[in-house]
Write a protein that binds this ligand. Sequence first.
Ligand SMILES: [Zn+2]
Length: 250
Amino acid sequence: MAPPARTSESSLRRELCDAGRALYDRGLIGPLDGNLSARMGDRYLLCTPSGSHKGELRPDDLVKLTLDGRVVSGGRPSTELLMHLEIYRVRDDVRCVVHAHPPCAVGLTVAGLSFDRPVVPEILFAIGEVPSVPYSSPTTRDVPDAIRALLARCDAFMLARHGSVVLCDTAREGVIMTETIEHTAKITLAARTAGGATPLPDAEIQKLLGLANAARAQRTPQTNTPPTSDAPDAALVESIARAVMAKLAR
Ligand SMILES: [Zn+2]
């Protein structure tokens, strides 16, 4: 059962429009790229319309649908709706999905690189694991088929040669997560340009993932791996994660 709705439909519509504008203003999508959706109670979704300029969205532009994809009001929903529906079907804790085309992060996937062994810790703290999904044709059923297996273990992933997808609580949080991914990609590119993008040691990656998973388990205990006996204090981890998110949001 999804958590109860905390905002009105009009507030949710404004939040999605604000997030679309932020993604566009910050260079994380081209004008017609990407798509956003948000769960509204336990029966409906709001989704960006197909082919819309995400920097110029108005609340009334958004499409209202049932959770099985029937349009209730508005125009034609995003062509990536199948992917959004699959995420909400598998992850009933997810309230919002933000799909963007952050250029540096996507460029890394074109070069065959991933965030499996990042060069800096923040992405692990703030998001956790960000796996790459092999390329599949956008808008087709191949995309939900490709992502299904990893939805239980991560809150963000890269679609190779295509874009980022983040599973979040609010659209604003989704923008911040997308910025974190792109910022990490920029640092990786800078390091490679300067002579070498040495990844964090494997032991450190595992330690940071443990911290992130403990915080994640506290937020969504029904869908995540429970902390082990030697896991760090979850409240402390949560406060660290929030501090990192706040820092990244500034
Ligand atoms: Zn896309």
